[in-house]
Design a protein around this ligand. Structure first.
Ligand SMILES: Nc1ncnc2c1ncn2[C@@H]1O[C@H](COP(=O)(O)OP(=O)(O)OP(=O)(O)O)[C@@H](O)[C@H]1O
Length: 576
């Protein structure tokens, strides 16, 4: 929390200016009834027009000053609050960039989006209104009460009794209201989650005819949000009018007592008008409080949620003693008794994995779904850190390498293809911005996607929709492969990136992979593809079940034989 609030520090000056201007505005407002009393008693009652004109002018001057201060206060309050949210959002973005995958597992994308946008807006609003009204209202109440008592303590007696009582009730309402609005905020989060899922999965929802179910889920979340917000608003809307009624009764009693006193000469008309004026100002100052309860409750919840992200300790960090001189030169990979478990998961995703890949070797990784194939690949660029054991590249433990040098030597095509809005060229150059056009075309040719791109309306300048919506699954996979190849990496890590390709294209890609001068680990489910590799690593339940050439595994591993047989009979049946 402290870390988040520290982002307001650079805006101390505009905040202070806003506060000073707010105090001037407050002074003008508090002084106004006193002036009014003076004009009435010394000018109007005494029929002294000169006094009326002089103090009337002072009053107008002060009103203009207050008005001007209000405008400039708004300017500085928004400068401070906007500046704060700009810096805090920037810091949040930086922090998210430094997250390891396990931290992302803790903070799913949708909650990060909400935290960066709507949560941040709530805090920004609280700072803005804090510098503008939230502090002014209590000060106005206290100041008005004090001045009313000073003018005429007897007349202000009702006010002096009612105001603390009303403030006490307001405090209790504020406490309860905060809890209710925090509850409403959690319901809002839930509804946002439902909306996001429904939008992201819209295709699946249509095909599986699950629209009714999604509608019911949304109805449910929407209903809960409406109910909890209504409960919170009902409390405020029930209590506030009661309190305003109490204050208005107080005003009436002042008027009644004032009238009675005036008729016996106990007090002047100016005094009565001033005290009534203060009472009216106190009453009006209570009104923004409902908005304040709502906003502060949401801002408090938002602050906690943003602070949680800012204070998250990244668990994959560059070692302080990482050696800048160390470089990957050949691409020899060694896993030495590596085990890994995902945070919060009871079992191990990888257990005691040891193998070596020679520089330039092509290794296929096979295994049933959930056997740990993707996990194994992700440990190499340190997307996650292995819990036990060591991973070495060219004999250097990867934790001793700078992130830039480790990841700079790797080309990675993840299982779920990630494309960005922009052109085909932008997407290909994503991992190597300075790649020449000739290199881009060469990488695209190697990934067997050049011809497809050439046929597109604007070739390499064709704009891709968000996440590449205008491409087929196989086209996306090949673009992702080309992007990885363009880096001319020492290590190429491919997570099932030929699954959507037809057999002919897949074979061409595999031929290319074998000829590449880099060490390649590629995940595949197909024995037909795996046998093209130099060696095959077979995983089962996170353990190595076999490692060798296709022929060696056929001879030594019954599990591999079973997979090979079942795929062969599947193909035979398909051709029959
Ligand atoms: N982010 C995660 N958090 C927790 N557990 C995970 C996470 N990702 C994977 N797992 C679990 O770790 C195990 C290995 O997963 P992994 O993705 O490595 O398998 P895989 O062999 O690549 O599977 P597939 O072929 O289906 O992609 C599985 O049991 C999976 O449920």
């Amino acid at each position: 929390m402290g870390k988040l609030l520290s982002y307001i520090k650079p805006y101390r000056v505009p905040s202070a200016i806003a506060l000073v201007l707010m105090l001037v505005e407050l002074f003008v407002e508090l002084y106004h009834p006193l002036l009014l009393a003076k004009i009435i008693d010394e000018g109007v009652a005494a029929r002294d027009l000169h006094t009326v004109a002089v103090w009337g002018s002072v009053m107008i001057g002060l009103a203009l000053l207050g008005f001007g201060c209000g405008i400039v206060n708004t300017f500085y309050a928004s400068k401070a609050s906007q500046g704060f949210s700009y810096d805090a959002r920037q810091a949040l973005f930086e922090k998210i960039q430094s997250f390891s995958f396990s931290t992302f597992d803790r903070f799913p994308t949708e909650t990060l989006l909400t935290r960066m946008t709507s949560d941040m807006n709530q805090i920004q609003m609280a700072i803005f209104l804090g510098l503008r009204v939230y502090m002014r209202s209590p000060l106005l109440i206290i100041g008005s009460l004090a001045l009313a008592v000073m003018i005429n303590a007897r007349l202000a007696l009702a006010l002096a009794i009612a105001t603390p009582l009303v403030l006490g009730c307001l405090y209790l309402t504020l406490k309860k209201g905060m809890r209710l609005f925090e509850h409403a905020q959690r319901k809002l989060d839930r509804m946002n989650g439902v909306i996001r899922e429904a939008l992201m999965g819209i295709r699946l929802i249509r095909v599986f005819v699950r629209s009714e179910r999604e509608r019911a889920r949304f109805d449910d979340a929407n209903g809960e949000l409406a109910a909890s917000t209504t409960a919170a608003l009902r409390l405020v809307e029930f209590v506030l009018p009661l309190l305003l009624l109490a204050m208005n009764l107080c005003l009436l009693s002042i008027l009644w007592l004032g009238g009675a006193q005036m008729s016996v000469g106990g007090m002047t008309m100016g005094e009565v008008v001033a005290v009534v004026n203060y009472a009216a100002r106190i009453t009006a100052a209570f009104s923004p409080i409902s908005m304040m309860i709502n906003n502060l409750a949401r801002a408090r919840a938002a602050t906690g949620r943003i602070a949680e992200v800012l204070e998250a300790r990244p668990d994959v960090v560059e070692a302080g003693d990482a050696d800048d001189a160390l470089r990957i030169t050949a691409g020899r990979i060694e896993f030495d008794r590596v085990s890994f478990a995902y945070a919060g998961s009871s079992g191990h995703a990888l257990r005691d994995v040891s193998f070596r890949a020679r520089a330039g070797e092509t290794i296929a990784i096979m295994g049933a779904t959930g056997s740990g194939k993707s996990t194994l690949l992700q440990l190499i660029p340190r997307l996650y850190d292995a819990g036990e054991g060591r991973i070495r590249i060219d004999g250097i433990e990867i934790k001793r390498l700078r992130f830039g040098h480790l990841r700079g030597a790797i080309g990675y095509a993840p299982q779920e293809v990630q494309l960005f809005s922009g052109t085909v060229l932008d997407n290909l150059r994503f991992g190597k911005e300075d790649a020449s056009e000739a290199d881009v075309v060469e990488a695209a040719k190697l990934a067997q996607i050049h011809e497809t791109i050439a046929k597109m309306e604007s070739g390499y300048d064709t704009a891709l929709g968000e996440r590449g919506v205008n491409l087929s699954g196989g086209q996306k996979q090949r673009l992702s492969l080309a992007r990885a190849l363009l880096r001319k990496p020492k290590l190429l890590l491919l997570d099932d990136c030929t699954s959507a390709l037809d057999a002919v294209t897949e074979r061409k890609v595999l031929d290319v992979l074998r000829a590449l001068p880099c060490t390649t680990l590629f995940i595949t489910q197909k024995v037909g593809a795996a046998r093209e590799a130099d060696r095959i690593l077979l995983l089962a339940d996170g353990r190595i079940q076999g490692f060798g050439t296709h022929a060696e595994l056929l001879a030594a591993s019954s599990a591999y034989r079973r997979i090979a047989d079942s795929q062969a009979s599947g193909e035979a049946a398909a051709h029959a």
